[in-house]
Ligand binder design. Sequence first.
Ligand SMILES: [Zn+2]
Length: 258
Amino acid sequence: MLRFGTINRIVIALFCLLLITNYWLAVPVYLYGIIAFIWFTLTVFGSFFIQWNYHLTSHHKNKKIEENKVAITFDDGPHPEFTPQVLELLEKYNAKATFFCIGKEIKEHQAIVSTILEKGHTIGNHTYSHTRNFGFLSTEKVKQELEQTNALVKAIFNKSMRLYRPAFGVTNPRIKQAVQDTNLTSIGWSVRSLDTTKRSKNMVVRRITKNLKKGDIILLHDTSAKSVAVLEQLLLFLQQKKMQSIPVNELLDIVAYE
Ligand SMILES: [Zn+2]
């Protein structure tokens, strides 16, 4: 896949080549513009499409897994109303999941996080504030967000989290640096449910189950009644297909805590 560093080197090399060529032949200015435009477009798309691994390498699936297993992941909780419903459903269908929690929500709903852990699910870092400006924060600010959530979980639950789910799936060089400095592992997804959009429950379920394969990581949110309804349909589907949901660290065979 394309990488930010590689693209930068190619663009610099092309600019140098054009400047050298310009010594003998007049190079039209628009050629520089076209190269700059391609660089800009790739960099913007690379920031939003986490699967490109353009800025930061994330785990998106386990292609090599032999067992019929997937990992359901939930972002943006814990939610006082919907996370307990999610936990009940997971228990009913004997499934395990991963919850990427927002620090300020952990602080508010500690008992729910305790239950998540008691039930054998995994938790990961999903920033402290989940601010809409996350993609524009400085490296220091991103680090603060990640460290604050990790420190909170360490203080309350005595766990040093190692997994990070990028807020809004956004990555850039500053987020990459902060993730590296805090020794976190970035977890993406291979199946984006789009459960927070206006799509109906049935459309979301279809979108998830259409091409679901062993080793997939599914992105859901434990923040709405629709997502809870989607989860029940998904768990029924997995049961029919004899597929099992396990924590993402087990699917990827990596550690969730230090
Ligand atoms: Zn989020």
